[in-house]
Design a protein around this ligand. Structure first.
Ligand code: GLN
Length: 477
């Protein structure tokens, strides 16, 4: 039995029965990294020695005792590098403290063993914008793993980690989970502390689990969620035991299908998988209804104003003075700022900073930024209306399965539009879950995973996880 291929829940069962030890599990994961990661490129770095030392001391009675977890490279883990997959930080920044999610994972006994690749500063949908390396989809190495948490998704799918943390600003947990065939949960905005997360767009960013099952996601969310005095946007609401209701089934659960989501642009094979998944949930007793989200069509445009505006402000700190890359050819203070940024940031990051600076500039602020905030309210109102009639909304996570490496690189707009199903949840702050729902064949005959997205009411992650778990169990037959 390869311990690295087990779910978190299965592994925990073995630890507690004495059938396996955390040291054996960490060794299995390290072997898997040694055997596979040269081809996949999911990790930027990992610390075998520390992981083994922590495994030897792990207390398996804790909620995540002895479980090795991979961490997206924009969440601070004390003593480990944190580069955001950017040349501006790579080799120049070691985290001096643990993010709140890491403190909580550690307190629960987990072992944060490595740093996963991502699109630079989480800007992208394919991990091709990483300033450091390419990550390949474990199901088909000619294809992207999704993004921006592509490294986290790939290492979970390739059994190079038992679970991972990702972040989701416009879909970056759910979309790579969908493309790599794992579970990805973006919690409600404010459910999980962002303290120690390098900010991309602060009103949209959330940290969440990427796992091999909904039950695993429930366990991790239960550990990382909750109020944190270091993040004033974290909500002071009790954290339920997300595993307690997992097996309650979907009988009577009202699932809405947004009529606007099933028209153009979806690959018909993907649509068939989603329809089949919805039928499975209906066969388990869910009631399927049509809902309307008429303003979703504005979500991508709105997002690219708000997210770039916030990013342009957040990334101002990378100036070559406080930390990170400093140009050696500059001769004035101003040229030191501009050259350090010119040399350190990749093209997509520069594109976003320019866009964001433009939409905030005098004369354009009202026409773009203020207007986008108003449309954001309309997008959220759509969900409020729909959730008066249904408990959960189902859709594809992504309109297509994973595309080929390089296929969309020259066409940023095309790449942006593929986030149509995930972005509205971030604008609205609601939780979203992507659950594997089968595969579609590629032109070369490889099987490419498809993800079913379930969106829920604010703070109702428990219902999403219950529905996802119910679907998973039906799939296991
Ligand atoms: N693909 C989106 C973007 O490029 C979302 C990224 C994310 O969620 N971090 O902005």
């Amino acid at each position: 039995m390869d311990l690295a291929s087990l779910t978190l829940t299965e592994l925990q069962g073995r630890f507690r029965s004495g059938a396996a030890s955390p040291t054996e599990a960490v060794r299995a994961v390290l072997d898997s990294i040694a055997n596979k990661d040269a081809a996949i490129g999911g990790y930027l770095s990992h610390d075998a020695e520390t992981a083994l030392r922590e495994a030897a001391q792990a207390d398996v009675s804790l909620p995540l005792g002895g479980i090795p977890i991979a961490i997206k490279d924009l969440i601070n883990v004390k003593g480990q590098p944190c580069s955001c997959a950017s040349k501006i930080l790579h080799g120049k920044y070691t985290a001096p403290y643990d993010a709140t999610v890491i403190q909580r994972l550690r307190a629960a006994g987990a072992i944060p063993l490595g740093r996963t690749n991502m699109d630079e500063f989480a800007m992208g949908s394919s991990t091709e914008n990483s300033g450091l390396q390419i990550t390949r989809n474990p199901h088909d190495p000619s294809r992207i793993p999704g993004g921006s948490s592509g490294g986290s998704a790939a290492v979970v799918a390739a059994n190079e980690a038992i679970a991972a943390l990702g972040t989701d600003t416009g879909g970056s947990i759910r979309q790579p989970a969908s493309h790599c065939g794992c579970v990805g949960l973006k919690p409600t905005y404010g459910r999980v502390s962002r303290f120690g997360l390098v900010a991309f767009a602060s009103s949209l960013d959330q940290i969440g689990p990427m796992t091999k099952s909904c039950e695993d996601a429930a366990r991790i969310l239960g550990v990382i969620a909750g109020r944190d005095s270091n993040d004033s946007t974290s909500l002071d609401l009790p954290v339920p035991d997300y595993t307690a209701t997992l097996n309650d089934g979907v009988k009577g659960l009202r699932i809405g299908l947004p009529k606007e989501y099933f028209i153009d642009g979806i690959d018909p094979a993907v649509r068939d998988r989603i329809n089949a998944a919805v039928e499975t949930l209906a066969a388990q007793g869910a009631e399927i209804r049509e809902v309307s989200l008429p303003n979703t069509k504005y979500a991508v445009a709105t997002y690219y104003i708000i997210a770039t505006a916030e990013a342009s402000a957040n990334l101002a700190r990378f100036d070559g003075v406080r930390y990170g890359h400093r140009s050696t050819v500059a001769d004035t203070l101003l040229s030191q700022y501009t050259r350090s940024r010119e040399e350190g940031f990749g093209d997509e990051v520069k594109r976003r900073i320019l866009l964001g600076t433009y939409v905030l500039s005098a004369g354009y602020h009202d026409a773009y930024y203020v207007r986008a905030q108003k449309i954001r309210t309309l997008v959220r109102d759509d969900f409020t209306r729909a959730f008066a009639e249904v408990d959960v909304i189902a859709s594809p996570t992504s309109p297509t399965a994973a595309f080929r490496i390089g296929e969309n690189s020259d066409d940023p707009l095309h790449m942006y539009l593929a986030d149509i199903f995930t972005i509205a949840a971030n604008l609205s702050g609601i939780p979203g879950l992507s659950v594997p729902c089968g595969t579609v064949p590629s032109d070369k005959g490889t099987a490419l995973p498809v993800g079913l997205q379930l969106l829920g009411k604010p703070m109702d992650e428990a219902t999403l996880l219950r529905a996802g778990n119910s679907y998973e169990i039906a799939g296991r037959g």
